[in-house]
Design a protein around this ligand. Structure first.
Ligand code: MN
Length: 128
């Protein structure tokens, strides 16, 4: 079974992700901060990580950088999710090792499609 790790500190966003992703046939893990994200990623080696950038303990970009140093995560697709909309942020996030970038608010119609694409090794169509 495929595995998804959801990293999100905000309860409302987390509920939303759980709701739209629960229909996808995959094991799902949730981390509420960067430390927990690294721990769960190492334990389960998910296929896809939905990674909020603004999270406690270790921010999402640092989480991505850390994972990318370990070849065991080479095939993990990281989808960054962030409210950042400053110029250059997208580049910074992608340079940290995230594969794709999605800005908040997240479309509940788009997210499951994007996650399905990532799980199936297809490049998702993301409009930012
Ligand atoms: Mn957050």
């Amino acid at each position: 079974m495929k595995k998804i790790l959801i990293v999100e500190d905000n309860d409302i966003n987390l509920k939303l992700y759980n709701h739209v992703i629960k229909k996808i046939d995959a094991e799902q893990y949730v981390a509420r901060d960067g430390k927990q994200a690294l721990k769960l990623a190492r334990e389960h080696v998910p296929d896809v990580i939905i990674l909020d950038i603004q999270i406690p303990e270790i921010n999402g970009m640092e989480v991505a950088k850390t994972l990318r140093k370990d070849s065991k995560f080479d095939n993990v697709k990281i989808l960054a999710v962030t409210a950042y909309s400053m110029r250059g942020d997208k580049e910074k996030i992608l340079n940290s090792g995230c594969d794709y970038y999605l800005s908040k608010p997240i479309s509940t119609r788009e997210l499951p499609k994007i996650v399905e694409d990532l799980l199936n090794g297809r490049p998702p169509s993301i409009k930012n």
